[in-house]
Design a protein around this ligand. Sequence first.
Ligand code: AMP
Length: 299
Amino acid sequence: MSLVIVGSIALDTIETPTGSVTDVPGGSTTYCSLAASYFATPHIVGVVGDDFPDTVLTLFNNHNIDLAGLVSEKGKTFRWGGRYAENFDDRTTLFTDLNVFETFNPSLPEAYKNASHVLLANIHPGLQHHVLDQLKSQAFVVLDTMNLWIDIAHNELLSLMKRVNMLVINDEEAHLLTGERNYGKAAAKLREMGPEWLVIKKGRHGALLFHEGSVFSVPGLILDQVLDPTGAGDTFAGALIGYLAQSKDHSFDNMKLAVVFGSVLASFCVEDFSVDGITYLEESDLEERYDKFVIMSQF
Ligand code: AMP
């Protein structure tokens, strides 16, 4: 047992300036696990309703995602709707229908408790604590969160940050948590809050990795087409931890590669709606895009 991912599984309705889709696969676990599957076998924990499409379960199976921790309950799957502004950055939540997700209480199958790597994908920090309480192993834990939890579950999130190895957040969340716009100052404050590793994602502008006195910057790739930014952050985190679980190397140099592969997968994610950009990629696709990051960063 190596990589465990716990988060939301949803059916999303998305409106962007280029189009809209209804009830498509979404949720933090969905994006994270598909992205991670290019590097390691993800073992997921989540809940879906009895309306969850078999086609998505088949997709998970085809990506070799272990579903032993996936519970199917009577009722509707969690649904979320979002609308993007003209700039593709500003997003309005149209609705959040928790449905079966409302009573979700993540329970790790026995084998999952010995994970070497755990991704606490976006769910309530109280549930993320509950996941860590069940672990028997000394896993490398990566934490993702969102502005909602920073607002309404602040103290639970702060105590959680002391229990994880790495925090992955975006620049707005970093500002919300620290009051700082300066990346260096925000990073120093965030690392004082607990995690020894920190990634600040800057959307289309790339990402920063902080550890002790070192910083690494990965650029944002210039893409010909962006259709739907939903799940890019989850995809980034999933690929990052998948790469770490596969390589089992937590040196700064290897973390840099994990951040680059996170960026590679995220760049595919935004090119299509829902998870369509990150399904059935070939190894050569990843290599080609990796090379673009190298060329763009080299001088
Ligand atoms: P991102 O674009 O990285 O913010 O992630 C978008 C995904 O988060 C969507 O697929 C939603 O289904 C999911 N999501 C939205 N709100 C929540 C929430 N409160 N808890 C967990 N997942 C959520």
